[in-house]
Ligand binder design. Sequence first.
Ligand code: ADP
Ligand code: MG
Length: 696
Amino acid sequence: MSGAAPETPAHELPLTLLRGVGSRVAEKLARLDLHNVQDLLFHLPLRYEDRTRITPLRAVRAGGEALVEGQIELAEIGFGRRRSLLVRIGDGTGLLTLRFFHFSGAQQSNLRSGRYIRCYGEVRHGPGMREMVHPEYQLFDAPPDPPEPRLTPVYPTTEGVHQVGLRNYIGQALDRFGASLADTLPPGFLDQHHLPALPGAVASVHRPPADADVDLLLAGRHPAQRRLALDEFLAHHLSLRRLRAARRAHPGPRIDGGGELAAAFLSRLPFALTGAQQRVIAEALADMASGKPMQRLLQGDVGAGKTVVAAIIALYAIEAGYQAAVMAPTEILAEQHYQTLSSWLLPLGVETAWLHGGLRTAPRRAARQGLASGRVALAIGTHALFQEEVRFRKLGLLVVDEQHRFGVDQRLALREKGRSDEGEPHQLIMTATPIPRTLAMTAYADLDVSLLDELPPGRLPVETVAVSELRRAQVIERVGSACAAGHQAYWVCPLIDESEQVDARAAMVTAEELQGHFPHIAIGVVHGRMSSEDKEAVVARFKAGDISLLVATTVIEVGVDVPNATLMIIENAERLGLSQLHQLRGRVGRGKARSTCVLLYHSPLSEHARERLAVLRATNDGFAIARKDLELRGPGEVLGTRQTGLQNLKVANLVRDRDLLPLVENLARRLLEDEPQWVEPLIRRWLGGQERYGKV
Ligand code: ADP
Ligand code: MG
């Protein structure tokens, strides 16, 4: 090593410094979001290929990838369906064909018989013998030395950039600049937690040392990989914490005392609050009294009674002279909230408004005026509530229902909308997709979390059965007898096609089929191709009991509350995620009668699908289900792709590396308290230009 460290930090070194990278290659690399040497050093392998062992040709199996070597016995042009260069190699144990559809003259003359070749590729069945199509290869004039005992990294690529090229550029970047890469954590932290230094970790991940534990590397659990995962988690976590801090720099409406409206409301409510409801209400009220804007996530299983919580804290805000808004992810759910909340609040003299797409001009104008003047105290709607030209006189509280339908960005946009001289409105975000605590602390580091972990008393668990589609006729009979006995039922045809048209059709065909069986039962259909008004009209008739059987696509996934519905059939259950099935199932079991959920599946079930359906049969606990779902499908699917900003993780994996999360929290807190100068560079290193959370 020469003593003089390069003056220029890696993020200012252009890629064209590297051999082989001209402006054309640089343009292609830019498509991978690689703009400088630092970007390249942090372009980490997706996975590794094990090219440390040579497979004898006799033992090569079709379907897998293998490293093989042998001597070229024959090279000829074949004229099968497509002209190709065929190279037969042998190693004394067997033979293999290498097939090239595209080849240059130079390539052809290099691949001549007698030379030694080592190649890596996927093996498949060929016409005469097994073959490899377009393997990566190296030629030798004498029997080669054994392969290097290190794993080969495989990088994310784009068109026109090959693995070999990337490996070469990254190798150069490592050789020339890798050692001078600045660490992202203070040396004291590294020592204390026995963490490898960053430059070494980056180098090991790109070029696993010969003595590195191959199994750990392949599993993503090598110390170098874990150091980088920790860094990445930390960057995300810190950026969310920073968002939170920036938010708390603004004042929030101070809503302290009061409670007369809430008491009047409670005295009319036909049930008493659960202990959990009382606790989370107290947590929210403490936030609202603090003078800082509340930013609280309320996690509560389906049916835990989140709406009452929202109503009560809204009443506190309203009594203090503020307005409140409730935002729902779908028009149907917004309408339902409107029905529920207005029936609760109107008797108390609190005026509500429902803003939706179907409003005619006059009522729309009236609602807007009501909000602008402050006469309307509570507004309910979808996100349109905030996109349209709606103005509040004094918005003090925003409740966002079913958070998993909204992203971080939307959350931020809403905040802007409510900002006024008095500061930012309080926010309560409610979700029925609970996630484990440590995960929540990272994914929602900008939020405080409350748990509604108790169901109202007397709830009977929904009995869940999995039934093969082959027994559809019996299931239909069962629906008939439930309806004949005065109960109501859902028949869900979930969205399985990207096309709403196909899904809508599935729902309509099913409704016709069922109507054919039961001419006297009133059947309604709801699907995504209907206008909001039409959907709402059907749901309203179902709620009123005029319709006994509701056939629906997953538009009913969240929120619909019809206690008399005791049976739900879910088609194609094997194709849905656990949390989604649990949400759907939560539409029944809301009344006094025992309810059943039938998961209809197509046989044969894969082992994986069988395991998933078994989880639902075994438990009604949303937390247990979410945990299992995370394991089986990963956080992106479970939390919704846009929700957390954590879907773009490069090396870290929320499931595999979740044991790091407590350390992430600990380090984040200490960095912020003791070493704040490290925070910004760490966030920038990992989130780069994509960091949006910190912009306040
Ligand atoms: P979710 O948390 O899924 O949004 P809801 O707010 O829709 O649940 O509540 C589900 C049902 O439970 C509603 O009919 C609601 O009135 C009722 N409920 C809420 N809290 C209680 C309680 N403490 N005791 C009895 N029933 C309750
Ligand atoms: Mg709800």
